[in-house]
Design a protein around this ligand. Structure first.
Ligand code: F6R
Length: 382
């Protein structure tokens, strides 16, 4: 007899499974399985016969792990947020072991990571600066570790890593610690090296990520950055009246909004199939949307093997626009109301060079269809 937290873990050995409910206790011996409820009364449970093979079970019916994990984003974000909230709707940073005075006294935050986690860090920078009013630097770990960076005991160092094992990020963390920085590890894998070596760990609860190209871990890293920024802002007193409650409500609404976006997938797949033979694709945006463009472009090239670059939308005219030819796919990301018109004007510029435009914006911004040939809408958030 085996006990496990998930069916795939034991499917190689058994086919007959008892599914255990919350608050039940199981007494497991080599020859028997007894299940008791919270009142300690034995309960009868039907055997669940698993008919699928281990491979299909692991992918839960999806064609591949990346697709499965894309669909697990709402759950991962919900877990990451609810594990950091108390019943009154307050963010709790238990285990971060940082006093109010320490949070008030940081004069700088340094976020260091690689690849996609670095892109999450770019978003973290924007929200921590904007909400908590602390200056934030973001660096790729392989640069930071050879740079002799200006950090000291008043610099909060945050290492972001899904695996918690990336060698450059780990080396950067060790360097920061040697310079006296308090270190938070923002990791997904429990007990990983970064989680062990950081002064405190803030876990993302994306669940195991099997796909090499990260998706749900990135989303949960963003949620974790927003939680940190909002709580730092509360402690430092930089929020307006009611803003804390508003931000928490917005965070809690995210999983449902992601579900709505995923529901549009067939239309997106249809568009993707039309551009599957593209030679190049460019992603442009401003502010937060630029950070998202960098991640979109990385994921795009990593998975499709199509050449892709991301640019700050305002930089297109300073050189990169010369790469745009008739039919080149340019994805414009425009989710922030105050930057919408600016980004549209950059899209018009590339369109005049013959680009085919895809827009990614929030519901309600339908005027984008005057400019873009195809648009994906996402729900509005703060
Ligand atoms: C891209 C991707 C990589 C990782 C990077 C850091 O899809 O997965 O860019 O984000 O290698 O890995 P972690 O987060 O494990 O440190």
């Amino acid at each position: 007899n085996f006990i496990a937290s998930d069916i795939p873990a034991i499917l190689k050995h058994v086919r007959k499974i008892y599914l255990i409910e919350n608050n039940e206790t199981v007494v497991l011996t080599a020859s028997s399985v007894k299940i008791y409820n919270a009142e300690r009364r034995e309960v009868h449970r039907e055997v669940f016969n698993v008919t699928w093979d281990a491979d299909a079970a692991e992918k839960e019916g999806y064609d591949h792990f990346m697709l499965k994990e894309i669909h697990e984003q709402p759950k991962g974000i919900r877990n990451t947020i609810t594990r950091r909230m108390d019943e009154e709707g307050n963010i709790v940073l238990d285990g971060i072991r940082m006093t109010k005075e320490e949070i008030e006294n940081f004069n700088k935050v340094y976020i260091v990571a690689c690849g996609t986690a670095y892109h999450a860090g770019l978003i973290g920078k924007t929200v921590i600066e904007k909400l908590a009013g602390i200056s934030v630097e973001v660096d790729v770990a392989s640069e930071f570790r050879y740079r002799d960076p200006f950090v000291d005991e008043n610099t909060l160092f945050i290492a972001i890593s899904q695996s918690g094992e990336t060698a450059d990020t780990l080396a950067a963390l060790r360097l920061a610690r040697s310079k006296g920085c308090p270190v938070i590890g923002l990791c997904n894998v429990l007990g990983s090296s970064i989680a062990r070596e950081a002064d405190a760990t803030m876990y993302t609860w994306a669940g195991p990520e099997i796909s090499v190209a990260t998706t749900k871990a990135y989303s949960t890293q963003l949620a974790a950055c927003y939680l940190l920024a909002t709580e730092f802002a509360r402690v430092r007193g930089t929020l307006a009246d009611g803003q804390y409650e508003h931000l928490v409500t917005e965070l809690e609404a995210l999983p449902e909004k992601i579900e709505k976006t995923l529901a549009d997938k067939e239309r997106i797949q249809w568009f993707a199939s039309k551009y599957a033979n593209a030679k190049d694709a460019f992603f442009i945006g401003r502010g937060l949307d630029y950070a998202v463009a960098l991640e979109g472009s990385l994921k795009f090239k990593e998975i499709s093997y199509i050449h892709s670059e991301a640019f700050a939308a305002g930089e297109m005219k300073h050189g990169p626009i010369s790469l745009v030819e008739n039919g080149t796919l340019v994805v414009g990301i425009l989710t922030q109301p105050d930057l919408f018109e600016k980004s549209v004007s950059n899209m018009v510029e590339v369109k005049s060079r013959g680009a085919f435009l895809m827009g990614l914006t929030t519901y309600g911004n339908y005027s984008i269809e005057d400019t873009a040939g195809f648009t994906v809408y996402v729900p509005k958030t703060d």
